[in-house]
Ligand binder design. Structure first.
Ligand code: ZN
Length: 430
């Protein structure tokens, strides 16, 4: 889907739905605007339920200040106008009050942008604007002051966050990434001491290129492959809606047969993936004209080394990621279901999945279906798509349970003897 071709009013509806639907703003809080090529600002209305906005609710403000629409514009319209004036490169502004970022705004601390690699290159350095009365010119001045310094992402003291970008999708991606990172930082602080990546590690991650592979023309798609493409898209959307993925991160793959498999494309918005977007890999060749996920080498190695694995998911769910950025182990001996599906979860060094795909693939065994890459992701394998997806959900829920339990008391794990009984009863590999 080419979001740039959508009318500004439709973009506002679409992204307000996404933000509200994911619990990142309340029905009265938050507002979005887009500056179009005529110089008109399209903005969400004030005092209208964010859960049921339509394109006809959006308000247009012309360059000479005329207001056109069925409602009055958002009361926070002044700071949108200030930002566009201060920064001609900005064409979309997103403002919201998601709980995790509000938490930072009320302790007046900036979120750590070095816990996971993509926050810094999605949001850049983050500014902090002094408190100001909502809707006032004073607040507009304080916010645009930060944008003038070059920040594109600004936390507002005792208020929320404002993001400016060249498109609404870019603003949304930055917002989603920052909110996600803030949530995992809060969780990580509950279980241990979060460890940051170095500037070199972040630069290295950013500099990774798409894998170059020769191409083949896909002209014989079996019904089984069509079914697998459909299933992948269905589960990716589910994973995205459950916030196990962000919009452009998270990879699914499924073996078709032997050394051929299908995998998600690099960079595409996970919410709108269609079966034809999925990329087929045949041995060392990729489907003509498509770009597979950058982790394709690792997927290839895992399928090559392990005939029992038919599906792989790479994801960044916030609770598992809290364990990925601290030294705290993700211990599966919480409830029997967790132990059965997760077994032992090793933590591998940051970058190992890209630098040493062969060695990383060798870690997976029948008794090791999941591995965490420090400060990056979790890799989950399964005998099929649903099995891998179930494992991912169980791992995230278990991580969430452990984080919550820390506030309640000491975690008691299932004993070795009890684990022995589980292994016998469920016929688990040693
Ligand atoms: Zn606000």
């Amino acid at each position: 889907m080419n979001l740039e071709m959508l009318h500004p009013a439709d973009q506002l509806v679409m992204f307000m739905e996404r933000i509200y639907g994911y619990g990142m703003t309340t029905t009265s809080g938050g507002n979005l605007s887009v500056l179009d090529d005529n110089g008109d600002i399209w903005i969400t209305p004030g005092s209208i339920d964010k859960g049921s906005l339509t394109r006809n609710d959006m308000v247009r403000i012309t360059p000479d200040g005329e207001i056109i629409g069925n409602h009055k514009p958002s009361s926070e319209y002044p700071f949108h106008r200030h930002i566009y004036k201060a920064r001609p490169d900005i064409k979309a502004v997103l403002h919201a009050h998601p709980p995790a970022l509000v938490a930072f705004s009320i302790v007046r601390k900036l979120p750590n942008t070095s816990l996971i690699p993509n926050v810094k290159f999605s949001c850049g350095e983050i500014g902090m604007a002094k408190y100001g009365l909502p809707g006032s010119t004073d607040l507009g001045d304080k916010i645009s002051e930060e944008f003038k310094k070059g920040f594109n992402t600004v936390i507002l003291e005792n208020h929320g966050v404002v993001i400016g970008a060249k498109s609404m999708f870019d603003a949304f991606k930055s917002f989603e990434t920052l909110d996600f990172s803030a949530r995992l930082e809060i969780d990580a602080n509950n279980i241990g001491k979060p460890k940051s990546l170095t500037a070199e590690q972040i630069d290295w991650y950013k500099s990774r290129q798409n894998v170059s592979m020769d191409e083949f023309v896909e002209n014989n798609i079996s019904s089984a492959e069509k079914e697998a493409r459909r299933e992948i898209c269905k589960l990716i959307k589910r994973a995205y809606n459950q916030q196990l993925f962000t919009s452009t991160q998270g990879t699914f793959s499924q073996r078709i047969d032997g050394d051929s498999f299908i995998i998600t494309p690099a960079g595409a918005d996970r919410k709108y993936l269609e079966p034809e977007d999925i990329v087929k890999i045949n041995g060392d060749l990729k489907e003509l004209g498509k770009i597979p996920s950058r982790s394709v080498e690792l997927h290839k190695e895992i399928y090559k080394q392990h005939p029992h694995i038919n599906s792989i998911i790479i994801a960044h769910p916030p609770c598992i990621m809290a364990f990925a950025v601290t030294d705290e182990p993700l211990d599966s001996r919480t409830i029997p279901e967790s132990y059965i599906l997760m077994r032992t979860i090793p933590k591998l060094e940051f970058g190992s999945n890209y630098m040493h795909p062969k060695e990383t693939a060798a870690v997976f065994k029948e008794n090791t279906p999941i591995a965490i890459i420090k400060n990056d992701c979790v890799i989950v394998t399964g005998t099929g798509l649903l099995n891998a997806f179930d494992r991912l959900e169980v791992a995230e829920y278990s991580a969430r349970a452990i984080i919550s339990a820390k506030d309640l008391g000491d975690v008691v794990t299932i004993s070795d003897e009890e684990i022995g009984d589980i292994k016998k009863a469920f016929n688990l590999a040693e």
